[in-house]
Design a protein around this ligand. Sequence first.
Ligand SMILES: [Zn+2]
Length: 294
Amino acid sequence: MPELPEVETVRRTLNELVGGKRIERVTVSLPRIIQRPAEPEAFEAALAGHTIQSVERRGKFLRILLDGLVLVSHLRMEGRYGVFRQDEPVELHTHVRFRFDDGTELRYKDVRQFGTMHLFAPGDDLTQAPLNKLGIEPLDDAFTLQAFKREVAHRTTKIKPLLLNQSYIVGLGNIYVDEALFTAGIHPEREASTLKAPEWARLYDAIRETLGRAVEAGGSSVKSYVNGQGEMGMFQHQLLVYGREEEPCTRCGDKIVKTIVGGRGTHTCPACQPLPGKRAKAKSGKAKAKPRVN
Ligand SMILES: [Zn+2]
């Protein structure tokens, strides 16, 4: 599933490839992708004749800004965009085609068919579902250590599911939460309200650094992600714990373990990310809690 860095890469690529292009005709061949308006024919008709001005992002949603319209698109599991000449063969699972007046077209392909598109009048997109309940952007200037703590530090939930909750912070998915928690040396099952000030500072830095590096590298490509220009992201080669169970920790050499936290596969180094357990609190002499293995 694409995460924030991948979506940011798609955004930048699309901005370059289709910014300034005028849509002549839109064809929807899988109605369920179109969530708003209700009728795909209305979606097709509304977009004809409009020019793409720029491509923005809110969390993992793309916001394609046109003159007088905003198209909100979520790639979900497998959605991807590509720009083709109109005479090029159309690949299987291509569900939406935006034909431009210059002989090219933007194609949306989605094998799993979970992707969504919503069309809005400008401004309405941010005040209505699906964008209206999204939390703070981790790469924005507004995401300061204070803002981060204000949002989550008092909560009694485990830190990993908290970071994954898009209504607090947007765009952090399973891969980068594992990476950031490892970098900060914090166990994913720690209750948020028990984290100390230096831990919040480390976690904040780790989130910014992990996402920032991934955006620089063009996003990771753990499964099948390809960016809008057909290039595979390179960040997967730099992942520190995600997908590295049984491999030695790059920091201490201990084995990376995979557990389940909040229903999600979770990768940790038990030595670098200790979980203070009841025994540790009772001062039983055991310094380290054993990692839970499910
Ligand atoms: Zn380690």
